[in-house]
Every structure is written in C-alpha cells, then in structure tokens.
Design a protein around this ligand. Structure first.
Ligand code: UDP
Ligand code: MG
Length: 132
C-alpha cells in the first residue's frame, strides 16, 4: 500500500469545507491513516515548500499557508500518490477537470484548497516534515 500526504489548506478550512473534502477523499477509497490540525509556522511552511523558494509566489505562498488552520492527512491506497493527484486536479482550478476537489472548491491557483504529494520522494519527505 502506498502513502501520500494531503493538506486541506487555509482557504478551505476557513470556508467550513473540511467535511466535504474528507468525504470526497473517503468516497474515493483512500484510508485516513493519520490526521492532524495545525497552524503552520513560517519555518515549517518554508521547509515544506523549499523547492519553490526562488519562485515569485514563494512569499505569498508562505503567508497564505501560515494564515490559518490546516488539516494534515496521511492517506493510504494502492497507487495513492498518482490517484490523489488526479482527485485534486490541476493547480489552477480553471484547468482542473470536473469532479476534482480543486474544480469544486478552489478559489484560484494560489488559494486552491488542497495539497497532494507529487512523487514517492515528496510523499516520504512531506510525511516526515508534518508527522515526524
Ligand atoms: N502557487 C501560487 N502561484 C502559482 C503557482 C503555485 O500561489 O503561480 C501555490 C499554490 O497554492 C500551489 C502551491 O503554490 O498549490 C505549490 O505549487 P505547485 O506548482 O507545486 O502546485 P501543486 O503541486 O500544489 O499543484
Ligand atoms: Mg507541487
């Protein structure tokens, strides 16, 4: 069984979408192995998104991810990483397919409601940052 890391981001927790998003995750046969609510510190958010540190959106991304409570989930399923990226949809909800979490709930490409690991290496790294 493969594991992946999901984060229900501040724009979604703020709009009371935690239940709706977890419902979609469970309906798609992901098992919730661990779940935690946290208010990320700047240093955790900077470490988590270190690969984007040179991007023009880095500072606004860190500000946003530390602006409120997030829900962190460790999910398990066969082919979890790829299947979860499919379930969340493209980064920009305008490009995301119908039925995806981002198409349904995201506000825009920055405030896009959910994170999902993009590779096995990322999943392991992200699980260890957020669950230790
Ligand atoms: N992001 C942003 N502006 C951009 C691209 C990305 O604010 O132009 C934010 C957005 O919240 C995104 C996160 O940075 O989810 C990480 O970007 P990435 O390209 O890795 O997208 P993801 O893997 O989340 O689809
Ligand atoms: Mg990414």
């Amino acid at each position: 069984m493969e594991k992946t890391l999901a984060i229900i981001k501040p724009d979604a927790t703020e709009r009371n979408l935690i239940g709706d998003i977890i419902k979609m995750i469970e309906m798609n046969n992901f098992k919730l192995k661990r779940i935690n609510s946290v208010h990320m510190t700047v240093s955790i958010a900077e470490e988590f998104y270190a690969m984007h540190s040179e991007k023009p959106f880095f500072k606004s991304l860190v500000d946003y991810m530390t602006s409120g409570m997030v829900v962190v989930l460790e999910l398990e399923k066969n082919n979890a990483i790829e299947d979860f990226r499919k379930l969340i949809g493209k980064t920009n909800p305008e490009d995301a397919e119908e039925g995806t979490i981002r198409k349904k709930f995201a506000i825009d490409k920055s405030h896009n409601s959910i994170h999902g690991s993009d590779s096995l290496e990322s999943a392991n790294r992200e699980i260890s940052i957020l669950f230790g």
